[in-house]
Design a protein around this ligand. Structure first.
Ligand code: AMP
Ligand code: GLY
Length: 432
């Protein structure tokens, strides 16, 4: 528990962030700079958020409610999808507590891919052609007709690992066998099989209050484990923003054809969407098409977005929760930010924990080492997860931000850390 700002007005805000990743460190870093912030807590947090940490896990909803009441929290901000998908927002609202994030029903946009596709259809959102299957034989027969390349997705949450982009027919068959054979538990009871789309991929996160969608700067994530987009899918190995090929026209198209029609359908269904609607977009030769929705800030998208956000985050979060977003605009830096994730060796497969880490002193706000899977063990900083650090730099060009981020990595002691050395290269290959 920490008083963050001694200058905070008497009616300063008490904020609770739920989660423990790099995304939550980035949110806490940004919120702690707000003159409106009086008290800040992160549950349960990581070593980077230590001074704000409260030892309550993000799925302990009753304990979080008790804490929010006891500390008279003004706003709770939910980072990860799991507490959203089990209804943390509904439970807080039922207790009269203000919270940033979608209800359980609205969170199905992420927690069920079949549900997401049905909303896309109703909202006439441009997306890949698809079919859903509950019977393995039917799914296999469909692939037999459609051929490859093709994309197979487990319906439920699978930590970003339930999607198989099959370039070859055999990979597609194997994918269905794996998903429907129980590799992802009940998340694989239903599969979505969809058309393979080609193009540059962009994450567009939008603040939403049910009616209005306010887009943030666009981000390009790097989901595969290895350089050149090879290897397994991960939660994200690095990001940069903004991508040079993203334009105001594309942003307008994404908001008008994807975000707003989605909000309208959710409203009509009686389950308005409040929080961050994260659009995973493929820029195809026919324009932007939606790959997926997420219902929360992205990780590691948030690390670069928060580094570029110049205006205060607290008013916009509150406006989403209150339904008054249309009165707001955000200010963004004209710089470029790059975040390189340092992961434990072996990630996204099995990896060791407890690896000792030493960090250099960083004393300017354009270079931040965000923590993810870190803890203090007897005062020593050690790794506690797969993605461990997000080395984030803001500079006046993508090239300069990249160079500075990799120079900063050289000063970090983290034995055998795994990171990609090509974060942002796709942006450099197109015009800046
Ligand atoms: P998702 O969880 O649906 O975003 O899928 C994970 C990753 O798989 C995406 O970020 C894309 O890189 C890839 N992907 C998903 N759907 C498609 C598709 N229809 N065509 C090509 N790649 C896809
Ligand atoms: N980086 C992608 C995600 O947060 O799902």
């Amino acid at each position: 528990m920490t008083f963050v700002s001694e200058q905070a007005p008497d009616n300063g805000k008490k904020i609770l962030i739920v989660g423990s990743g790099g995304r939550e460190h980035a949110l806490a870093w940004k919120i702690s700079q707000s003159p409106l912030c009086q008290e800040l807590y992160v549950a349960p947090g990581n070593a980077g958020t230590e001074k704000w940490n409260v030892p309550i896990k993000s799925d302990q909803i009753e304990e979080l409610i008790r804490f929010a009441k006891e500390k008279k929290i003004d706003l709770t901000v939910v980072g990860p999808e799991d507490p959203l998908s089990i209804g943390i927002v509904d439970s807080f609202l039922a207790e009269g507590l203000s919270i940033f994030g979608p209800s359980k029903e609205a969170a199905r946009l992420e927690s069920s891919k079949a549900f997401a596709k049905s909303v896309m259809d109703e909202a006439r959102v441009p997306t890949a052609e698809y079919r859903t299957f509950r019977e393995k034989e039917e799914a296999l027969a469909y692939i037999g007709k459609a051929g490859a390349p093709i994309v197979i997705k487990a319906d439920g949450l699978a930590a970003g690992k339930g999607v198989i982009v099959a370039n070859l027919f055999d990979e597609a068959i194997e994918g269905v066998e794996r998903i429907m054979g129980g590799a992802f538990g009940s998340a694989g009871n239903e599969v979505v099989i969809e058309e393979y789309l080609e193009g540059q991929e962009v994450s567009l996160l939008c603040f939403c209050d049910g009616m209005t969608a306010l887009p943030m700067v666009a981000v390009q994530d790097h989901k595969r484990a290895l350089n050149g987009d090879m290897g397994l899918n991960t939660g994200g190995m690095g990001t940069y923003s903004p991508p040079p090929f993203w334009t105001k026209e594309l942003e307008k198209e994404a908001v008008d054809r994807i975000a707003l029609p989605t909000l309208e359908v959710m409203r009509k269904r009686g389950t308005p969407f409040q929080g961050v609607l994260f659009l995973g977009i493929m820029i195809t030769s026919q324009g932007p098409k939606l790959l997926e929705y997420n219902v929360r800030f992205g990780d590691p998208e948030t690390q670069v977005v928060m580094t570029l956000l110049q205006s205060d985050l607290i008013p916009v979060l509150e406006a989403c929760a209150k339904g008054s977003l249309n009165a707001l605009k955000n200010e963004w830096s004209a710089d470029t930010a790059v975040c390189v994730v340092m992961a434990a060796p072996g990630y996204p497969g099995s990896y060791a924990k407890g690896i000792p880490i030493q960090l250099p002193e960083v004393d300017n706000d354009s270079e931040v080492i965000f923590h993810a899977g870190t803890v203090f063990d007897d005062g020593a900083l050690v790794s506690s997860g797969g993605r461990v650090l997000g080395v984030t730099v803001r500079e006046n060009s993508l090239q300069a931000a990249r160079e500075k981020a990799y120079r900063l990595i050289e000063k970090i002691s983290f034995p055998n850390a795994h990171f990609r050395s090509d974060i942002g290269i796709k942006g450099l290959k197109t015009k800046e």
